[in-house]
Design a protein around this ligand. Sequence first.
Ligand SMILES: Cc1ncc(COP(=O)(O)O)c(C=O)c1O
Length: 417
Amino acid sequence: MSARDPAPPPPRAPRPGRACDDRPSREAARARAAGTARAWAEISLDAIRDNVRALLGAAPGARLLAVVKADAYGHGAVEVARAAVASGAWGLGVATVEEGVELRRAGLASPVLILGPAPPEHLETAVGHDLAITAFRLDTAQAASRAAARAGREARLHLKVDTGMGRIGAAPEDAVALAQAIRALPRVALEGCFTHLATADEPDLAPARSQLATFRALLRALEAAGVGPLVRHAANSAATLRLPEARFDLVRCGIALYGIAPAAHLRGVRLRPAMRLCARVAHTKRVAAGTPIGYGWAYRAPRATTIATIPVGYADGYPRLAGGSGGVAVGGRRVPIAGRVSMDQITVDAGEVPVAVGDEVELWGAAIGVEEVAAAAQTISYEVLARVPRRVPRVFLDGGRVRAVRTLLGTIPGVPG
Ligand SMILES: Cc1ncc(COP(=O)(O)O)c(C=O)c1O
């Protein structure tokens, strides 16, 4: 500031009453406006909480590990984790050490289990942040023990057993010896033993039951060998909802937490989808019959019609393959996608449906199920949800109000508390 600059005005004392009371709603409005200008994912924290309660009700006596890996299947790991823990989830499941550290940095103190294989280079970070490690090889457990000694802490381990998934896990016949060797390591606490079911969402439950029989036999052998007590777990969402014998001490739920049935034939359970992918119409035009639209001129207007351009594309997580048969909802009415989905835009044939620049469009969530989009893209809801990238702002709704908006540039608080 130069000497000639006028002195800054003294800070204004906050006016009592109104000014303070207005702040949350003004901040909420600003946050919402920043998040919802182009394309955004609306995340209902109320739905997350309701789904946590529904899952706890479906698995009485078991603890719930809320699986928030992959940015909570695209929903926003930190906010979802907070909502899940606040409504009764015991702990949090992630795939990588970094995902666990993100939760710790946000202040989440609940148990966190890294469900995937942790590379030896990351073990010290895991131990330092009190993240439980999945172990299925002695060398990993030994490295965790050394990392714990360096960090001056204790490493928590869950032994993973491969009863039929075929990805990671100790062979059941090796598991007792491995558990005993792990228990003999300094600074290591063997806290749990788990397996993962490959077919719990399939119509035929026989293979899942056979995996569970293997797991139960192993648990008996561990007990007989004096290893334990251990937190025993096997159930993902599908098993939690339909296989009571899979629940043991803890259930690990991902997709159901987000309100989506693990498979089409498992729709009976009352879950609330937590994400709506939305965008605002950026442009509309009337076109004559035969007008080509988009890359490859893959669409030609079959009649005089209104084409609306929506600023959301496959780089926002809307699958390119879903364009062929997909539609969007404008003002509650469904209109088909016209032509190819591009990286940042899609076009829809609105026909005579009234549509104007700035109108809100739903890509999936309430009027259109994400399952339908996934089916059109020849994939599963998990993949569609998890692929919504960080550039799409997450607008977190809590009791109908905006709690926060997470953008690529940071999180804007909405209504505090
Ligand atoms: C080991 C493990 N447990 C639980 C889950 C949660 O599965 P779901 O989303 O089907 O509930 C996953 C997800 O892939 C997983 O890898």
